[in-house]
Design a protein around this ligand. Structure first.
Ligand SMILES: [Zn+2]
Length: 295
């Protein structure tokens, strides 16, 4: 049965789980909270969404995986950032003193796409009319970010207890061309798929290699760790030495949707099937022995 946490997250597939496989989609949510007091044109915020990604991987659910997805939008708060990836200058005077941790902004915050997006895509105008209060950051962490992380950790831990190992695919989509808020020059064209394993540190290399070989054999252009290596969700929960394997998969939105209307295109079901077959290609990895409990 589906589990919902008050409009914040959705977990599917726990009752029918047959594989040591957990997928998560942190950026496909479209429920914009009423207290999201931005000054952006709402249609422009939608380009931050990894639209339909939770639907694209329906085949993995059919095969016996578990899937978690965020229902809230990534521009409100991003579960795929460290909770302190935030610029002090984005807060009002002395507000940082009210946070129970030190801020450590990365280049993502510099670009306006840290924990809380401070710039509006694609050109980077200010998201808010004034700096944020610490209370706003803490409320979004407690109400959205932390429940997402807790649910993902629970899915991964439960799978690990049952199967003795866990494979985690962190699912995303990317615009076909880089915006002004990218680490790449504006207009840089993206490949069809990008697999990120944090330079080979977040999973068994066979996981990366199997996905790469399957997708390239279908005729797709695939890169590894370029330009996306995997960020917080892959970093936080991977521990390949202890059979916890995480990989990030980015899909070019051009393959399955119209980036202007955000509607699925006529190839959507074809890409769903490609991804279902990609899960099938992982079968030798997923079915290796090692279960801790009698099956
Ligand atoms: Zn994403």
């Amino acid at each position: 049965m589906d589990q919902h946490t008050a409009g914040v997250i959705r977990v599917r597939g726990t009752a029918s789980q047959a594989l040591p496989l957990v997928l998560d989609s942190p950026h496909s949510g479209t429920d914009y909270p009423e207290d999201f007091a931005h000054q952006a044109d709402p249609s422009r915020l939608r380009s931050a969404e990894d639209s339909h990604v939770h639907d694209l991987f329906k085949g993995a659910l059919d095969r016996g995986a578990v899937m978690l997805d965020a229902l809230f939008p990534r521009s409100y708060i991003d579960p795929n950032r460290a909770q302190n990836d935030f610029l002090p200058a984005s807060l009002g005077a002395a507000e940082a003193d009210h946070l129970p941790f030190q801020l450590e902004p990365t280049v993502k915050s510099d670009l306006g796409i840290g924990l809380i997006w401070m710039r509006v895509p694609p050109d980077g105008e200010p998201m808010y009319p004034q700096p944020l209060a610490a209370a706003t950051v803490l409320q979004r962490l407690a109400g959205y970010y932390q429940p997402y992380h807790a649910a993902l950790r629970e899915c991964l831990d439960r799978t690990y207890r049952t199967f003795g190992r866990v494979f985690h695919i962190n699912c995303h989509s990317m615009s076909n061309q880089a915006s002004a808020m990218s680490t790449q020059p504006k207009g840089t064209r993206r490949p069809d798929f990008v697999i990120g394993d944090r330079d080979g540190t977040s999973c068994d290399p066979l996981l990366t290699q199997t996905l790469y070989e399957f997708l390239t054999a279908q005729g797709y252009q695939v890169t590894i760790n370029d330009p996306y290596k995997g960020v917080e969700l892959v970093r936080a929960y991977s521990d390949p030495v202890h059979d916890r394997h995480s990989v990030q998969l980015e899909i070019n939105r051009r393959l399955y949707m119209d980036e202007t209307s955000r509607e699925k295109n006529s190839d959507f079901e074809k890409i769903q099937i490609v991804l279902e077959h990609a899960i099938d290609a992982l079968a030798p990895l997923l079915h290796t022995s090692g279960a801790k409990t009698a099956q």
